[in-house]
Ligand binder design. Structure first.
Ligand code: TPP
Ligand code: MG
Length: 284
């Protein structure tokens, strides 16, 4: 039996009251309920507060460069598609500097689960506007208010026909639902985006814990995630009410299934000998 203790890593150094604690705990619970052992999982991240997650979990981990979470996760999954690969990124990390990688990971349908710690701010670097910051929000580096319009990651992913698009809230009231969303994302065969609303207690004084708590609600049971148009319409709802849940689903072939050389046997299990790796030196 897999237990929470199996995943125990270092003590987190996040600010007291940070939503990251809840995300860390609920990921561990989702994994133990699915009976996924630490050696069957790799957590990949870039740079950010949320991206410190690999330090706080005992499993295979890779903590790389800011914005480059998805290329590493893609490479890992291509080398070993028996391994569950969860990519952890902040809103700055994967919607900002890593945005280009996100578009193409979705298009390829790489079988990676992306859990975004979306606090609508650059937390680690102390409070600059991120792509999900509300337009007009005043920050230390945007004294006249953020000039760029707010990115809607769910609508973007649905427009790209991403096979699994969901949103959760990392507050006590939202955690049981978030755990079920994470479990479904892990079970999904293909790329899964789970955008997780979390408070940044130190640097986002606008979108506080209560701001999210007062607005978020669960999508009703009659929401059909296989209906792309209604999923898109729901994804546009953001303001006094903010829906959470699985917005959109589509079953399609994953990237690894489309590559003849690896679709039957993961690369790491394929026989290899140095004599096969001939180097041709072209002479004059
Ligand atoms: C290549 C590169 N660009 C920029 C930075 C500076 N930097 C580090 S974290 C970060 C933003 C973090 O915000 P987010 O991804 O939302 O994570 P959070 O801290 O809010 O969890 C930035 C701009 C960096 N370390 N490396
Ligand atoms: Mg952030």
């Amino acid at each position: 039996m897999v237990t929470l203790e199996d995943y125990k890593g270092q003590e987190p150094a996040w600010c007291p009251g940070c939503g990251n604690f809840a995300i860390l705990n609920i990921i561990k619970r989702a994994l133990t309920e699915l009976e996924i052992a630490p050696h069957q999982l790799t957590i990949v991240s870039g740079i950010g507060q949320g991206a410190k997650m690999p330090h706080y979990m005992k499993c295979n981990t890779f903590n790389g460069l800011h914005g480059r979470t998805l290329p590493v996760a893609t490479g890992l999954r291509m080398a070993n598609h028996d391994m569950l690969v969860i990519a952890i990124a902040g809103d700055g990390d994967c919607y900002g500097e890593g945005g280009n990688h996100l578009l193409h990971a979705i298009r390829r349908n790489v079988n990676v689960k992306l859990f975004v710690h979306n606090n609508q701010i650059y937390g680690l670097t102390k409070g600059q506007a991120s792509p999900t910051t509300t337009e007009g929000t005043i920050t230390k580096t945007q004294p006249f208010g953020s000039l760029s319009s707010q990115l809607n990651p769910l609508a973007m992913a649905i427009s790209l026909d991403c096979g699994f698009v969901a949103r959760g809230f990392a507050g006590a009231s939202g955690l049981p639902f978030l755990k079920e969303i994470m479990k479904e994302a892990i079970r999904h065969k293909g790329f899964a985006l789970v955008d997780i609303l979390q408070n940044c207690i130190s640097f986002n004084k606008v979108n506080t814990f209560h701001w999210y708590k007062d607005r978020t609600y669960e999508l009703p049971d009659d929401h059909d995630p296989y209906d792309r148009i209604s999923a898109f319409q729901k994804s546009l709802e953001w303001g006094d009410t903010i829906p959470t849940g699985i917005f959109y689903r589509k079953d399609k072939k994953s990237f690894e299934e489309k590559i003849p050389g690896i679709k039957d046997t993961p690369l790491v299990l394929q026989p290899f000998s140095f004599s096969d790796a001939k180097m041709e030196i072209s002479g004059n």
